[in-house]
Design a protein. Structure first.
Ligand SMILES: [Zn+2]
Length: 246
């Protein structure tokens, strides 16, 4: 589904990226750092309202950089040999990092053909039946697509080993969460939730929904890290760390 809003956003991103690449080639100081590709960069290109969005070198988004920065700082951890379910694995740097230390790495999506990640599996979060299989589940910008998030959260809880953690990121707005449905037209979903295939928009109360499924929840914002690091890596976004009680 192509809409004028998406085309404009994509065009703006392209212009910003091209200008930044030109400045970088002309020797602009590399005063920013990307923890996804571990390189000093001249800056991050704009995407929509976000002035410092993508890494000029690797394209990493703020949420992708946040995950690396939190792992680097030890605020979240990947146990050696962990069983990891990586939902909708769009972020190549995280595919690499999760796979490297994992004993059982499972990249999965409801539509696995869309990905070039080796070992992709077909997985419908609405009907998954795994029990106590995973140490970590990563699902970034997934929950706003699923038909019933209460069902999916319960399935994720069951799929984790006791003490295991689901790392969830979603688009957030400042208002309370608002649910739509798949019955709405794509245009109506885009108008209400910002993208044609989103069926809801979350607010900070997303944490309450996670807790209602039986998780212990901790909200980790970019500012859990020192301000100088947040600025240098242009970090943003919020991680909901959901732990299955032991
Ligand atoms: Zn990068």
């Amino acid at each position: 589904m192509i809409t004028s809003q998406r085309v404009l956003k994509a065009a703006g991103k392209h212009v910003s990226r091209t200008l930044l690449a030109a400045r970088s080639a002309l020797g602009a100081p590399r005063h920013r750092y990307c923890p996804a590709c571990r390189r000093d960069v001249a800056g991050f290109f704009r995407y929509g309202a976000e002035a410092e969005w993508g890494c000029l070198q690797c394209g990493a988004s703020p949420r992708e950089r946040l995950m690396h920065a939190l792992l680097d700082a030890g605020l979240i951890t990947l146990p050696a040999g962990a069983a990891i379910l990586h939902c909708a694995p769009n972020e190549a740097s995280l595919v690499e990092r999760f796979r490297a230390g994992a004993g059982d790495y499972v990249p999965a999506d409801i539509d696995p053909e869309r990905y070039s990640v080796p070992g992709m599996q077909r997985l419908d979060l609405m009907t998954m039946t795994d029990e106590a299989r995973f140490d970590r589940i990563y699902a970034s910008h997934v929950m706003e697509h699923v038909p019933d998030d209460a069902v999916v959260l319960r399935n994720l809880l069951r799929a984790l080993k006791p003490g295991g953690e689901a790392w969830l990121l979603v688009p957030l707005w400042s208002k309370p969460s608002e649910d739509g449905s798949l019955d709405l037209s794509p245009r109506e979903r885009e108008r209400r939730f910002g993208q044609w295939d989103h069926v809801r928009q979350y607010g900070r109360d997303f944490g309450d929904r996670i807790a209602a499924a039986g998780f212990t929840v901790e909200t980790i914002d970019a500012d859990a890290l020192p301000a100088a690091q947040v600025r240098r890596m242009a970090l943003a976004d919020t991680l909901f760390r959901a732990r299955r009680p032991a």
